[in-house]
Design a protein around this ligand. Structure first.
Ligand SMILES: [Zn+2]
Ligand SMILES: [Zn+2]
Length: 415
């Protein structure tokens, strides 16, 4: 099963991409706005990249790389020779760029491996190495003008980059990458961000502004579904000032499967709240919201009934999340986008998978020999949810429904 990778994301923000730069056919964006935001840096290399003929590769040991000459106004695309080395101490061969033509024969090259973009707060799928002269600051190297052209596109103080600099890619994220790979214009964005971010004390936060909206999901109760014709799982934009970020409840199960969320109940609409006997509810309460109820099943082995907090103890949703819950909003605690399909998968996992496990631990199946709570807890975990996620997506696909939500753990290690 293919996981979502960085190639599915806008290179500027957290949204899935929908378009590619018309000229270089490499950088991917979600919108014109994001393409516009990338342009000041992108334009320094887009044309050179699109003219660079991949058919001129001198040998299969050459990869496409980005050179930042110290004495030029913009970076360049180059072929980098990366011969395979069979180190005597090592059992496996690896590719090692011939850096002398770039950094000079008199210097050692030092590389900074880049595996994370702090502006995007996202892991890359492969490693980019930024190679520079080891002693560039003290060996008389001149300030690098092509790097300066790139870093000037962002309003931050940056390191004093000196001497020639080279960026190249290697396959994978570990510490022992083996093979070099062609760099592309999305990588160039990561390099541009890294050249800036390296000089900063703290992690930049420029793309998470105060006016930001967080993509969350509203789980509509029966009243909202029937009266206003709303879907059960509705995409909503939650302002970052919403009380959900300060006063909220959470889901134990979501935390266990490593997708921690905040939840809050919505105010009921008078239109259905005062019309409980309406036939369209078929005898059920318009406040009924089973997906939200199951989301709140308690996974604290020591929880006891507590009338003040509403706790009903292990395996139960708190009182306020029982039949009268009404509609609810949920968001990811890390403020990354939560899609309706994520919320649906999570709720279904709670209702059908986790609930059965908890029920067994509560003696519903074998009263004399209930499953131990710690065994039950171990079974409510990320790998189990992932299976449930893929199953739901497959079902949706067969039904011809829209499944373009990304893999829920898109920004962390893939399983
Ligand atoms: Zn974007
Ligand atoms: Zn381009």
């Amino acid at each position: 099963m293919a996981s979502v990778n960085a190639a599915d994301w806008c290179i500027i923000c957290d949204k899935p991409n929908t378009s590619v730069c018309n000229r270089c056919k490499s950088s991917r964006y979600c919108s014109k706005e994001c393409q516009h935001a990338d342009w000041p840096a992108h334009k320094l290399l887009c044309s050179a990249f699109s003219k660079f003929d991949i058919g001129t590769r001198p040998s299969k040991d050459h990869v496409r790389a980005i050179s930042f000459p110290f004495n030029k106004e913009r970076p360049e695309i180059v072929w980098l020779h990366c011969p395979w080395h069979d180190d005597d101490d090592d059992d496996f061969p690896c590719q090692f760029p011939a850096s002398a033509p770039i950094v000079g024969k008199d210097a050692f090259g030092r590389t900074l491996p880049v595996q994370y973009n702090p502006f995007l707060q996202r892991k890359l799928t492969d490693t980019i190495h930024i190679l520079h002269r080891d002693a560039a600051l003290i060996d008389g190297s001149l300030p690098n003008r092509s790097v300066a052209a790139v870093t000037a596109t962002q309003p931050y103080q940056t390191l004093d980059w000196r001497g020639p600099i080279l960026a190249y890619g290697m396959v994978g994220l570990g510490v022992d990458q083996v093979a070099c790979k062609d760099i592309d214009m999305n990588d160039f964005r990561h390099v541009a961000d890294h050249l800036v971010a390296c000089g900063m004390e703290s992690k930049p936060d420029i793309r998470r502004n105060v006016g930001e909206k967080v993509k969350g999901v509203r789980i509509n109760c029966l009243g909202d579904q029937k009266m206003f014709n709303k879907p059960v799982f509705e995409a909503v934009e939650v302002p970052s000032t919403d009380p959900i970020f300060t006063e909220h409840e959470t889901s134990d199960i979501a935390k266990r499967i490593e997708l921690p969320i905040f939840t809050r109940r919505c105010r009921p609409y008078a239109k259905w709240a005062n019309d409980e006997d309406n036939k369209i509810f078929q005898g059920a309460s318009p406040f009924n919201n089973q997906p939200a109820t199951f989301l709140h099943l308690c996974c604290d082995p020591n929880a006891k009934f507590n009338a003040r907090t509403g706790s009903m103890g292990w395996g139960w949703a708190p009182m306020q999340w029982q039949n009268g819950a009404g509609s609810a909003i949920i968001v990811r605690q890390d403020k990354k986008p939560l899609f309706p399909l994520h919320a649906e998968a999570l709720s279904r996992y709670c209702q059908y998978d986790a609930r059965a496990i908890l029920a067994h631990s509560m003696g519903e199946y074998a009263p004399e020999e209930p499953m131990q709570k710690k065994t039950a807890l171990a079974m409510v975990c990320r790998p189990a949810f992932i299976i449930s996620w893929y199953k739901l997506r497959e079902t949706k696909r067969k039904e011809g429904e829209d499944t373009d939500a990304p893999y829920p753990y898109y920004d962390v290690d893939f399983d």
